[in-house]
Design a protein around this ligand. Structure first.
Ligand code: HEC
Length: 123
């Protein structure tokens, strides 16, 4: 019985450890959903939906167009902002608030946009 208990505890520890590891696993394992992404881009459209818009703090930046961009490219760019490999301060703080799942969903959402997408006239 004592042996059984020990075994149970050990296997629970193993499960916990693997769950914790899963939490930190690479974003490549996450599958994005364009539909889920649609509910997450409200934060982005204020800058990224305005043609030729320039964000002017702390310098003048051209705001890149995201509609039709490759999903993996968007996810990579967002995680680079999050990690600090890309420096734009606003994008860094925005990306810091996104989970890997959010990034994957947003990537799929923007990748699915075309000039004639009815559900996103602004891109
Ligand atoms: C305050 C304005 C603003 C908001 C809000 C904003 N962005 Fe940005 N974003 C920018 C600017 C400016 C750049 C270009 C910065 C640079 O040169 O690194 C940029 C760059 C990017 C890039 C890199 C594109 C490329 O081609 O290199 C991605 C991807 C991106 N934003 C996604 C998002 C997403 C997703 C959201 C919403 C969750 C968002 N942004 C919200 C202003 C904004």
């Amino acid at each position: 019985m004592i042996f059984m208990k020990k075994h149970l505890i050990l296997s629970q520890i193993a499960v916990c450890a693997s769950l914790a590891f899963a939490g930190f696993s690479a974003y490549a394992d996450v599958t994005g959903s364009a539909q889920a992404g649609q509910g997450k881009v409200w934060l982005c459209t204020g800058c990224h939906s305005i043609p030729d818009y320039r964000a002017d703090y702390p310098l003048t930046y051209r705001v890149p167009m995201l509609g039709g961009q490759n999903a993996a490219y968007i996810v990579t760019a967002l995680s680079e902002y999050k990690k600090g490999e890309r420096k734009h301060p606003t994008m860094r703080s925005i990306a810091a608030s996104l989970s890997d799942q959010d990034m994957a969903d947003i990537g799929e959402y923007y990748a699915a946009q075309t000039a004639s997408s009815p559900n996103n006239p602004l891109k």
